[in-house]
Ligand binder design. Structure first.
Ligand code: CP3
Length: 322
């Protein structure tokens, strides 16, 4: 078990070390990366660490002018809307993210038996930030490009897929023991559009990671109708949000696929007995899957009481030992 967004804003010790360091500067400093990645492992005793970074870090590393604004998310100065913009996206070289190699190496030493999960943003979710210029509710410009200029869309997705693959390979080469592809906004698409315009690219990434021999997790939000396709892309584990019970999700993925999830992060604000009951429910439904990694259905919310996360970690450990 681990928590998406376990490293971050719910922890006072995180807010302390980040107090006067901008997010993207923190993501490029091995000392900060190591400290922040370790914080939730030390505090909660979760079974895995997630590498502290952000999905836009490899884009910043190839020179895209972007920033992460607190309370907003990634903001791109010059959004990509045409062939000129797409051409500006160059390949990622390992040297562009030397701090990742350094930080992962240090972390693997410090973590000992605890695995480190590496991650990257999936090409669709990255494309949405690049095209919209920031967070978007309706992804209208992204869809306009996807529907209106399918060849340019494919070229953009090919470039982003190569960047994502390289970013994951750097983390694996430095010692990450699993990787998660975050396609957080894939749920904005119909199954038909996902299959035609996104699936081939995410599949390309998973295929090229097969030789690396590390478990590959594929996650998106609002993907109830897409779970079989997320699985078809070739992941070993499919991450499920809280909208689909895991026993149902188990019927939607390919045979042999494990599930990850899926307690609603908002549950952690309810009385403890509710948290405990719902956690037991997630665990019993997860038993229907061919392997279950306990997690929330999306990231830890910033105002979550960290003590509830610790208590929840202990509960999951007790229940699974029983
Ligand atoms: O603990 C972890 O999971 C590791 C770190 C991590 C961060 N971002 C740190 C972060 C991970 C895995 C991500 C991935 C990420 N980033 C995703 C995919 C996961 C998801 O939530 O669906 C997305 C969509 C982003 C883009 C992004 N970056 C958003 C939407 C935000 C939030 C903006 C806000 O302040 O509300 C960020 C910033 C960000 N990424 C923070 C952290 C700890 C907050 C920065 C801060 O402390 O100021």
């Amino acid at each position: 078990m681990w928590f998406m967004r376990q490293a971050g804003r719910s922890l006072p010790e995180y807010r302390r070390v980040r107090a006067d360091v901008p997010m993207l500067e923190a993501c490029a400093r091995p000392d900060m990366i190591v400290e922040i990645t370790m914080q939730p492992v030390r505090r909660h005793g979760v079974d895995a660490a997630i590498y502290f970074s952000d999905i836009v870090v490899p884009l910043k590393a190839i020179g895209v002018d972007l920033d992460i604004k607190a309370g907003v998310g990634p903001v791109v100065a010059d959004p990509i809307r045409d062939a000129e913009g797409v051409k500006r996206l160059r390949d990622l070289e390992p040297g562009d993210v030397h701090y990742v190699t350094e930080a992962v190496g240090e972390l693997v030493g410090e973590l000992g038996e605890t695995p480190l999960i590496g991650f990257a943003g999936a090409p669709f979710t990255l494309a949405s930030y690049l095209i919209e210029g920031g967070p978007s509710k309706n992804h209208e410009r992204t869809k306009a490009l996807m529907y209106g200029e399918p060849e340019l869309w494919d070229e953009l997705m090919r470039r982003l897929s190569a960047i994502t693959l390289e970013f994951l390979r750097v983390q694996i080469a430095a010692g990450a023991s699993a990787v998660q592809l975050f396609d957080s906004w894939a749920g904005a698409l119909s199954a038909e559009d996902y299959r035609a315009s996104v699936l081939p690219h995410s599949t390309w990434i998973f295929e090229r990671l097969r030789d690396a021999d590390v478990p590959r997790i594929h996650f998106g939000v609002g993907t109830g109708e897409l779970l079989s396709l997320l699985s078809e892309a070739g992941a070993d584990v499919v991450g499920v949000d809280w909208r689909v019970p895991l026993d149902k999700a188990a019927q939607r993925v390919q045979p042999g696929t494990a599930l990850q999830g899926n307690l609603d992060p908002a549950t952690l604000f309810a009385p403890w007995e509710v948290v405990a009951d719902r956690t037991r429910d997630v665990l019993s439904r997860g038993a229907a899957a061919e392997g279950h990694v306990f997690n929330l259905g999306h990231g830890v919310l910033p105002t979550t009481d960290p003590d509830v996360l610790t208590r929840l970690t202990h509960l999951v450990h007790e229940e699974t030992e029983r």
